[in-house]
Design a protein around this ligand. Structure first.
Ligand SMILES: Cc1cc2nc3c(=O)[nH]c(=O)nc-3n(C[C@H](O)[C@H](O)[C@H](O)COP(=O)(O)OP(=O)(O)OC[C@H]3O[C@@H](n4cnc5c(N)ncnc54)[C@H](O)[C@@H]3O)c2cc1C
Length: 466
C-alpha cells in the first residue's frame, strides 16, 4: 500500500504531536505514525512537569486543575541544603501533568484540525530516491505501508529511529545515546504513612543529590525522584546515600517508574534533505532539569514557520531550504542550552559543603534582596549585569576566604563559565550559509573538547558527568 502526504511524522509523543498539529493548522496534509496503541502512548511515565509560561507560548489549550490530565499548577518550589538546615524558596511556575491523558486530549484536537494519526504503526526504514529521503516504509498489523512525503520528521524519542539509521554521509550526526550522555531517572510514587509527621513537601529539591520530592495524584503522597548519569545503579546509590541522612518519616512505595533523558549537546544540524529531527531524537532538553517537552516546543514553533514558507514553493525540500530552522534555533535557545551544559561541568564538581555555601549565599539562584523569593530565569541564560557579576565574584572570593569553597573548584567553575560564554557566542553565529557549516563545526568541536568531565564525590562513591 502507498500513501502520500506533505509531512510524515514518526512518533506521537509530545514532540511529534505538537509539530504535527502546528503544520496541520497551516493547511498541510500531515500523517503521524506511532508504534504504540492510542491509549498506551507514553505509558512509561505518569506525572510530568511542564513550564507553565511555555504552555501558553505554545498555544496549547489551557490545562484545568482537576481534569484527568492536570494535577496542579504551582508557583513555588524549595531547595534544601545537604545539612538540612536551610531552605531556599524559588519561584517555579510549573504545571503538573498526567502525560497519557494529556496526549489523548490533544489527539482529539489534532484530528479536528486534520492530522491523520496512525497508531500501532512502526517505522521500519527510510525510502530514498537518488540518495535523498522521499518517504518511509512502515508496518501496521503485519501490513507494509509506504508513506511518500515531501518532509519526514524524526520524533521517535531517545531511540532516534530515523537519525541513527541515516547513511553516515547524509549530513546529520548518527550518534546513539550512551550511558555517559543520559540521565538515568528513578521515580518512586510514595505515600506518607504518618502524614502529620514533618516530611519534605512537594516541590522540594535536594540538588546536590539531583533528587527531589514532586507532587503527584496520591493523597498524602509525593514522587521521590532521583537522576544520575552512568547507570540506574548510580541513581539508586545517590538515593540510598540521601535516605541514609534524611531521616524521613515512614512511607510506602505505591509504584515505581524509570527512564532516561538526554544529557548531551544536540547534533550540530537538525535538518537534512527531506528530513527534520526534533525532541529527544535530537537530544533537546533543558540541561539543568532534563525536561524536554516544552524545550522542543520552542524548536517546533520555529520549524513550523520555516516549513510553511518552504512548502509553498514547488520542488524537493532540500537541506538548504530547511537550514533557517538551524539558524534560528541554534542562535537562540540552542546557544543558551549549550552554554548551560558547559556551566554544569563547573558546578557539578562542588562537594556537599561547597554546594551548601553556593545555595545559602545565593550564588546559584539570584536572591535579590533578603527574603525575596528568587525569580526564575525564564530564558535560561545568564544575563548578569556588571553589578551582579561583581556580587557573584565577591561571594566566590568570600567563600574561599571562609574556607567554604576550594580554590581548585572555584577555578573549575570560572573556567567552565568562560568556556560557556565562548560556546554561546559561537552558537549565536551559527552560519546562515550551509557552505560555512564545516568551518563552524570545526570551531564548535574545539570548544566542546575543552569541556572537562565533572566529578562529584559522594560519601560512598563518585559520579562522572561528561
Ligand atoms: C523519568 C523521566 C521523567 C521526566 N520528567 C520530565 C518532566 O517532568 N518534564 C519534561 O518536560 N520532561 C521530562 N522528561 C523528559 C521527557 O519525557 C522527554 O523529553 C519527552 O517525552 C520527549 O518527547 P518526544 O516526543 O521527543 O519523545 P517520546 O515521548 O519518547 O515520544 C516518541 C514516540 O515515538 C514512538 N516511536 C519510537 N520508535 C518508533 C518507531 N520505530 N515507529 C513509530 N513510532 C515510534 C514512541 O512509541 C513514542 O511514543 C522526563 C523523562 C524521564 C525519563
Amino acid at each position: 500500500m502507498v500513501e502520500k502526504c506533505d509531512i510524515l511524522v514518526v512518533g506521537a509523543g509530545t514532540a511529534g504531536m505538537y509539530l504535527s498539529w502546528l503544520l496541520a493548522k497551516k493547511g498541510y496534509s500531515v500523517v503521524t505514525i506511532e508504534k504504540d496503541e492510542r491509549e498506551k502512548v507514553a505509558k512509561r511515565l505518569d506525572v510530568i512537569h511542564f513550564e507553565t509560561d511555555r504552555i501558553k507560548n505554545a498555544g496549547i489549550p489551557p490545562f484545568k486543575v482537576g481534569d484527568p490530565d492536570c494535577i496542579e499548577i504551582r508557583e513555588q518550589s524549595t531547595q534544601v541544603t545537604t545539612d538540612f538546615t536551610t531552605e531556599v524558596k524559588t519561584r517555579a511556575l510549573q504545571t503538573i501533568v498526567r502525560l497519557t491523558p494529556f496526549l489523548n486530549r490533544m489527539y482529539k484536537v489534532l484530528e479536528a484540525d486534520g492530522v491523520k494519526l496512525v497508531f500501532s504503526c512502526k517505522f521500519l526504514e527510510l525510502i530514498f530516491d537518488d540518495g535523498k529521503i522521499v518517504g518511509v516504509l512502515a508496518e501496521k498489523n503485519g501490513e507494509r505501508i509506504e508513506y511518500h512525503a515531501r518532509l519526514v520528521v524524526d520524533a521517535s524519542g531517545t531511540g532516534a529511529a530515523i537519525r541513527t539509521s541515516l547513511p553516515i554521509d547524509y549530513g546529520i550526526e548518527t550518534f546513539k545515546l550512551d550511558p555517559s550522555s543520559v540521565m538515568y531517572v528513578l521515580l518512586q510514587y510514595i505515600k506518607w504513612l504518618n502524614p502529620e509527621e514533618k516530611h519534605p513537601l512537594p516541590d522540594t529539591g535536594f540538588q546536590y543529590y539531583l533528587l527531589w520530592f514532586g507532587p503527584c495524584q496520591i493523597e498524602n503522597g509525593a514522587i521521590l525522584g532521583v537522576g544520575q548519569p552512568g547507570s540506574y545503579e548510580n541513581a539508586r546509590k545517590a538515593r540510598e546515600e540521601f535516605l541514609g541522612k534524611a531521616q524521613l518519616p515512614p512511607y510506602e512505595i505505591v509504584k515505581e517508574e524509570q527512564g532516561f533523558t538526554p544529557y548531551r549537546r544536540p547534533p550540530y544540524t537538525l535538518v537534512g534533505d527531506g528530513l527534520l529531527c526534533i525532541g529527544d531524537a535530537a537530544a533537546i532538553t533543558y540541561p539543568f532539569s532534563g525536561h524536554g517537552v516544552t524545550a522542543t516546543w520552542n524548536l517546533c514553533m520555529i520549524a513550523a514557520e520555516v516549513i510553511e514558507s518552504t512548502l509553498k514553493e514547488e520542488g524537493y525540500i532540500s537541506k538548504d531550504r530547511l537550514w533557517p530552522i538551524n539558524v534560528r534555533y541554534f542562535r537562540d535557545q540552542g546557544a543558551k542550552f549549550a552554554s548551560l551544559l558547559m556551566q554544569l561541568s563547573g558546578i557539578l564538581n562542588f562537594s556537599a559543603k561547597e554546594w551548601d555555601y553556593v545555595l545559602k549565599s545565593g550564588l546559584l539562584y539570584k536572591t535579590g534582596d533578603e527574603d525575596e523569593i528568587p525569580e526564575p530565569n525564564k530564558e535560561y541564560e545568564e544575563d548578569m549585569s556588571l553589578g551582579e557579576m561583581l556580587k557573584f565574584l565577591f561571594k566566590l572570593i568570600g567563600g574561599m576566604l571562609k574556607r567554604q569553597l576550594s580554590l581548585k573548584h572555584v577555578k573549575k567553575l570560572l573556567s567552565a563559565n568562560s568556556l560557556a560564554g565562548k560556546i554561546k557566542k559561537h552558537y549565536e553565529t551559527f552560519p546562515e550559509d550551509p557552505n560555512e557549516f564545516d568551518q563552524w563545526v570545526k570551531k564548535a568541536n574545539q570548544l566542546w573538547k575543552q569541556k572537562h568531565v565533572a566529578i562529584k564525590k559522594l560519601e560512598t562513591f563518585s559520579i562522572e558527568y561528561h
